[in-house]
Design a protein around this ligand. Sequence first.
Ligand SMILES: NC(=O)C1=CN([C@@H]2O[C@H](COP(=O)(O)OP(=O)(O)OC[C@H]3O[C@@H](n4cnc5c(N)ncnc54)[C@H](O)[C@@H]3O)[C@@H](O)[C@H]2O)C=CC1
Ligand SMILES: O=C([O-])CC(=O)C(=O)O
Length: 332
Amino acid sequence: MRDPITIALTGAGGQIGYAALFRIASGAMLGEDRPVRLRLLEIPQGMRAAEGAALELADCAFPTLAGVELTDDPATAFDGANVALLIGSRPRTAGMERGDLLSANGAIFGPQGRAIGECAADDVRVAVVGNPANTNALIAQQHAPDVPAERFTALTRLDHNRAVGILAAQAGAPVAEIDGVTIWGNHSATQYPDLSHATVGGRPALETVDVEWARGPYVERVARRGAEIIEVRGGSSVGSAANAAIEHVRDWLLGTARPGDPGRRTSAAIVSRGEYGVPEGLISSFPVRSEAGEWRVVEGLSVDEFSRERIDASVAELIAERDAVRELGLIR
Ligand SMILES: NC(=O)C1=CN([C@@H]2O[C@H](COP(=O)(O)OP(=O)(O)OC[C@H]3O[C@@H](n4cnc5c(N)ncnc54)[C@H](O)[C@@H]3O)[C@@H](O)[C@H]2O)C=CC1
Ligand SMILES: O=C([O-])CC(=O)C(=O)O
């Protein structure tokens, strides 16, 4: 067994936390030779549920689980953390305005970002799941000026996996034959699932499925899949969200390359360095690969007029969210 890695997880008493914890503890995220030390951060109302999850973790007797600590103090949770999964957030409730939602989340992600900056390990990597994920990640990042900005990311892996699954079903092909799908922009209804460079069994996806479908109903279906799940299941995506968070961190730390597929890529919301015309500093979804623990945007893909408009629309929403949190004094 290698040295343990410390993983802080917020919202541990919630649904996604519950679905993620057992797989993380079993080695599904970082490998069966890598013990994990879990730090569970909750607010007082969520503490009993997190305690219950911790008892069940003990009952699994995972050889990879090196310890579980519960706390309601961000500084304790992030102390020495190598990975921070920020799942807990303030959901929108009836009558809440957008500004109220952003303020409530600013009050969570600002202090958590600061605690990460002050207490986490030098190699800390942060993945934000709690919505609005991209902007929450931006708020956290802005409160940790001494942590390299690229260590703050937001999850669009669930959107990516949805996009792959729905394409595979339409093409009548196994998921394993799908490659080159990209989610651009915000984890919201404006996101753009792009098949321009996707392939199905090595053939261009846009020669396999109808282009009208790919640029109309498909985009809508992927972007609204969260709402579809809520309608059908009676609750938001939980198992698939936990799975996506685990895959995001796994690919980030261990790399996207696979035997026989060294160029494998995925999508993640990472800090823009101006790639594809996305303003620098925004946390926006891109086509990415990870190598040696660093996400890199896949550059040089052609972007046609349709794609340009869709990317710009989602990026415009991210700019509006950034400007709103700036006006609220939540970031500089
Ligand atoms: N990025 C993505 O792809 C997806 C994101 N989500 C988002 O993930 C978030 C969590 O979803 P669920 O687990 O289903 O919600 P949930 O309501 O079941 O759990 C959230 C937990 O976070 C806790 N929490 C709230 N504020 C906290 C704080 N300041 N520190 C620590 N814990 C805190 C709550 O007490 C609760 O136990 C939501 O914001 C949801 O919208 C959900 C699905 C997909
Ligand atoms: O829409 C929601 O509340 C949850 C979410 O982010 C998703 O399913 O993509």
